[in-house]
Write a protein that binds this ligand. Structure first.
Ligand code: ATP
Ligand code: FE2
Length: 346
C-alpha cells in the first residue's frame, strides 16, 4: 500500500463515465494522483452501445471504487470532495456515474462538483506535463477540438463539423475488417499498418476556416479499399497523413494567432507517434514547447475528473444535488475557469 501524505488539505474522488470506460481516480488537493483505476467496456460487435456500456458501469462501480481506495491507501472518511463527469457524453453512461457520485457525496456528507469532460482532458495534460497556458489539440473518439484559454474560458478555435478524428480511424478500421488484440485501440492498429505504407494516395482534405470535416474522407478511404486498387497499408498511411495534417494545420494557425508558448496534445489519439511528430514540428517552428499527455492519462480516466474537481472546488465551484443533472452536449467554452487568472489576449 502506498504511503500517503496525511498532511494533504484533502482528497478528491473523481468518477468518469462519459462513454465506454468507467474509471475512478483519487487525488490530493495538491495534485498528487494516488489512484486511477479504469474498467473499459468492449462491445462484442465493436462501436459503443450506450445502454450496454451503462450496464457495465453499474456492474463494475463497486469493485472499481474499492480498488481505487486500496491503491490510494485512504478510507472513505478521508475524502473531502466527490467529482464526476457531468458531460458531454452519452446519457445512460453519464447518468450511471452521476448516480454513484450523488450517492457517495450524500452518504459521506461532502460536497459534489460536476466536471466538464473536455476541461478535464486539458487540465490533466497541464498537470502531467507542466504546461501552463497551452494551445491544446484534444483528439479522441468523440472529440476533435483546438482550444486555448482567453478571458476566463477555454475558447474553441477549431473543431470537427461532423465525426471525431478517433471515430474516423475506428470506423475505417472496422470497415476494413481489421482485428484488434484485447485492449488494443483501433487507432493503434491503423498506426502499425501505416508504418509499412509507402504510396500516398490523395484523399479529401477538408478544412473550412478553422473547422474540419472527416466523414467524406472516411467514405472515400473505405470505398478505395473495397475497390481493391490500393494496398491496405498505403490507405492507412494516406489516411493518417491526411487527417493528422488537417488537425496540425488548425493547431498551427491557433498557435500563430495566440502566440502561446506551449502546445498540448491530449485525448486518446495523442498516443499516435506520427501525430506527435507532426504537432511537435509545428510547435518547434513557432518556438513553442511541445507537451504530450502520458498514455495512461490520455484516455478517459477518473484522475482527470478528480483533479479538475479540486481546481473547481478550491475556486468556489460546487454542484448541488438539484444542479447535478447530466449535460449531454455541454460545450467546452460554456465553462468558466476561475482558477486561471491571467492571459487576456485582447
Ligand atoms: P472522449 O469521450 O474524450 O471523446 P473516448 O471515449 O473516445 O474519449 P479516448 O480513450 O480518449 O476515449 O480515445 C479513444 C480513441 O483514441 C479511439 O478512437 C482510439 O482508436 C484512439 N487511439 C488510441 N490509440 C491510438 C493510436 N495509437 N493512434 C491513433 N488513435 C488512437
Ligand atoms: Fe475523453
Amino acid at each position: 500500500m502506498r504511503k500517503v501524505n496525511k498532511r494533504s488539505d484533502g482528497y478528491c474522488l473523481g468518477i468518469e463515465s462519459t462513454a465506454d470506460d468507467f474509471s475512478v481516480g483519487i487525488t490530493t488537493f495538491e495534485g498528487e494522483i494516488l489512484a486511477n483505476v479504469i474498467s473499459a467496456y468492449m462491445s462484442p460487435e465493436g462501436g459503443i452501445h450506450p445502454r450496454e456500456a451503462a450496464r457495465h458501469h453499474a456492474e463494475v462501480a463497486n469493485t472499481v471504487i474499492e480498488e481505487a481506495f486500496k491503491k490510494a491507501g485512504i478510507k472513505t472518511k478521508d475524502l473531502s470532495l466527490i467529482a464526476f463527469s457531468q458531460g458531454p457524453g452519452l446519457g445512460p453512461c453519464l447518468r450511471t456515474g452521476a448516480t454513484v457520485a450523488r450517492a457517495l457525496a450524500a452518504y459521506l456528507h461532502i460536497p459534489l462538483v460536476g466536471v466538464n469532460h473536455c476541461v478535464a482532458h486539458i487540465e490533466i495534460g497541464k498537470l502531467k506535463t507542466g504546461a501552463e497556458d497551452p494551445v491544446t489539440l484534444y483528439v479522441s473518439g468523440g472529440n476533435t477540438i483546438v482550444a486555448a484559454f482567453d478571458s476566463g474560458r477555454y475558447r474553441v478555435f477549431g473543431e470537427t463539423l461532423d465525426i471525431a478524428l478517433g471515430n474516423c480511424l475506428d470506423v475505417f478500421a472496422r470497415e476494413a475488417g481489421l482485428r484488434q488484440k484485447t485492449g488494443e485501440p483501433f487507432g493503434a492498429v491503423v498506426e502499425k499498418l501505416a508504418k509499412s505504407g509507402k504510396k500516398f494516395v490523395s484523399l479529401p482534405y477538408t478544412v473550412k476556416g478553422m473547422d474540419m470535416s472527416f466523414s467524406g474522407l472516411l467514405t472515400t478511404a473505405v470505398n478505395m479499399l473495397k475497390k481493391g486498387e490500393n494496398k491496405l497499408e498505403d490507405v492507412c498511411y494516406s489516411l493518417q497523413e491526411t487527417v493528422f495534417s488537417m488537425v496540425t494545420e488548425v493547431t498551427e494557425r491557433a498557435l500563430a494567432h495566440t502566440e502561446k508558448k506551449e502546445v498540448l496534445l491530449t485525448g486518446g489519439v495523442a498516443a499516435n507517434k506520427r501525430l506527435q511528430s507532426m504537432v511537435k514540428s509545428i510547435a518547434e517552428e513557432h518556438d513553442a514547447l511541445f507537451c504530450v499527455v502520458p498514455a495512461q492519462f490520455a484516455v478517459d480516466n477518473g484522475a482527470m475528473i478528480a483533479w479538475t474537481g479540486v481546481l473547481a472546488f478550491t475556486h468556489g465551484v460546487k454542484t448541488s444535488i438539484e444542479e447535478s443533472f447530466v449535460r449531454l452536449r455541454w460545450r467546452l467554452e460554456e465553462v468558466e475557469i476561475p482558477w486561471i487568472k491571467k492571459a487576456n489576449l485582447y
